[in-house]
Design a protein around this ligand. Structure first.
Ligand SMILES: Cc1ncc(COP(=O)(O)O)c(C=O)c1O
Length: 452
């Protein structure tokens, strides 16, 4: 640590001094990209961290810091960074063909893994991202049901296309979304999460709704957790009313369980969107589901056909990384380990907050953890704890950006890289990582409190 760093009084000054190499790169990036970044989540004031390389659960920035990583490749790296079997599979393939412009054997191997692991996957089509997968799900649902509208839950994120962005974030007041035509926005019906009566009322009163889409463990990977009871009720309701049920398993797929949330809860949707872990850290997505719904992708006489090109569909590099990843995922060990480590982290953090009498709480399920500052509700008594009794308006309330950025800067100074007030674990995280993270959170909150 430099003398300048030791003398620097504020978190921001320490951050600027310690991450000077990132600052230099950001000064260039700022002239190229809006906010200097290529993804909204990477926006960090006064500048984001530039990472040089990563391995397992750790990454190294351009200034040489080793950071424990809880971005986990935006959730795509359940095995951790550069798992040797994934690296070998991609290296083998990159020398053979990156885009044969043809059908290839690896896409079959990849698809067979999806069918083997995901209960709803009778047929599937590979795409390039989770956003594309939900776009395809909604269009196929319209063709199959002949109803144009989608029902989604407040706070659930399904990518950034026009039909799913409304209601993704608070406030859930139906205000126009910049860039989305009002007539398009009106095709998306939004109800509160975990409220089966609200879903029933909406479906019963609006015959134009053809499908229901949700993140099956809760929006933003469980900000407001959803249990199997709600999923079961939703399954019955949608079946009885002739609407399609779509599980968006872009994050949960292969992560919470080898069979995703549907494998964990034993509830099978009509369609499932997949991405992230599916492609082992490379770009890729997939829509899987009932053969009769997916049939609209086929060339059939006198039947409607959904046009579906896509230059990088089933790209062989993604297929190689995906198949190598799913082979390991199928053992169940990666999700078991990541879930256990996140649970340990949540428990250790809540113990820290109780010991220091800080008004913070940690919660979450599976391999996720979320932190709530200024938390005034009941204290956790078990890992099943959901703050504010699951009140989505409080749990989804926008967090003060200044605090979130200060927290991220503080954690980086303490050797941990987080996408926000929380993150995701991978099979590569260890108990030692958990202990270092708890120490980092303690140091960061102390510093943030001194600055507030
Ligand atoms: C549940 C869910 N659906 C869809 C998406 C969009 O996926 P992509 O970023 O691959 O477009 C995401 C991305 O985070 C997601 O978490």
């Amino acid at each position: 640590m430099s003398a300048e760093t030791l003398l620097a009084p504020s978190l921001t000054q320490r951050f600027e001094a310690e991450f000077a190499g990132s600052r230099r790169l950001f000064d260039k990036a700022h002239t190229l990209f809006p906010n200097g970044v290529t993804h909204d989540l990477r926006h960090l004031e006064p500048f984001p961290i530039y990472v040089d390389r990563a391995l397992g659960a750790h990454k190294w920035d351009v200034d040489g810091h080793e950071l424990i990583d809880y971005w986990s490749g935006h959730g795509s790296l359940l095995l951790g960074h550069s798992h040797p079997e994934v690296v070998a599979a991609v290296q083998r393939q990159v020398a053979r063909a990156t885009h044969p412009g043809a059908c290839h054997e690896l896409e079959i191997e990849w698809g067979e893994w999806v069918r083997k692991l995901v209960p709803s996957a009778e047929k599937m089509r590979f795409v390039s991202s989770g956003t594309e997968a939900t776009l395809m799900a909604l269009r196929l649902a319209r063709i199959f049901t002949n109803r144009p509208r989608v029902l989604k839950l407040a706070g659930h994120f399904h990518g950034w296309h026009d039909f799913v962005i409304p209601g993704a974030d608070a406030p859930f007041d139906g205000a126009p979304v910049p860039g989305i035509p009002a007539e398009v926005q009106s095709e998306t019906v939004i109800v509160p999460p975990n409220d089966i009566a609200a879903v029933e009322r909406a479906l019963a009163s609006d015959p134009l709704i053809g499908c229901v889409i949700l993140e099956p463990t809760g929006g933003h990977f469980g900000s407001v957790p959803i249990g199997g009871d709600f999923l079961g009720a939703l399954r019955e309701l949608t079946s009885s009313l002739g609407r399609l049920l779509i599980f968006d398993e872009v994050i949960t797929g292969f992560r919470v369980h080898p069979g995703g949330a549907q494998g964990h809860y034993g509830i099978t949707p009509d369609l499932t969107t997949l991405a992230k872990v599916l492609a082992g850290g490379l770009p890729g997505g997939c829509l899987a589901g009932r053969a009769d719904v997916m049939a609209a992708l086929e060339f059939r006489a006198n039947k409607p056909k959904m046009k579906h090109p896509g230059t990088f569909n089933a790209n062989p590099l993604s297929a190689a990384a995906g198949a190598a990843t799913l082979r390991l995922v199928a053992t169940g060990e990666p999700s078991r380990h990541a879930n256990r480590i996140a649970q340990l982290l949540r428990q250790r953090l809540n113990a820290l907050f109780a010991e220091r009498r800080w008004d913070w709480a940690a919660y979450g399920e599976f391999s996720g953890f979320k932190l709530l500052p200024d938390y005034r509700g009941a204290r956790p008594t078990s890992d099943a704890f959901v703050p504010y009794d699951g009140d989505y308006r409080q749990l989804e309330a926008p967090k003060a950006r200044g605090l979130v950025h200060a927290f991220r800067r503080g954690m980086a100074i303490h050797g941990v890289d987080l996408p926000g007030l929380g993150g995701m674990t991978a099979a590569a995280h260890s108990e030692a990582d958990v202990e270092r993270t708890v120490t980092a959170v303690a140091g960061t909150i102390e510093a943030v409190r001194n600055e507030r």
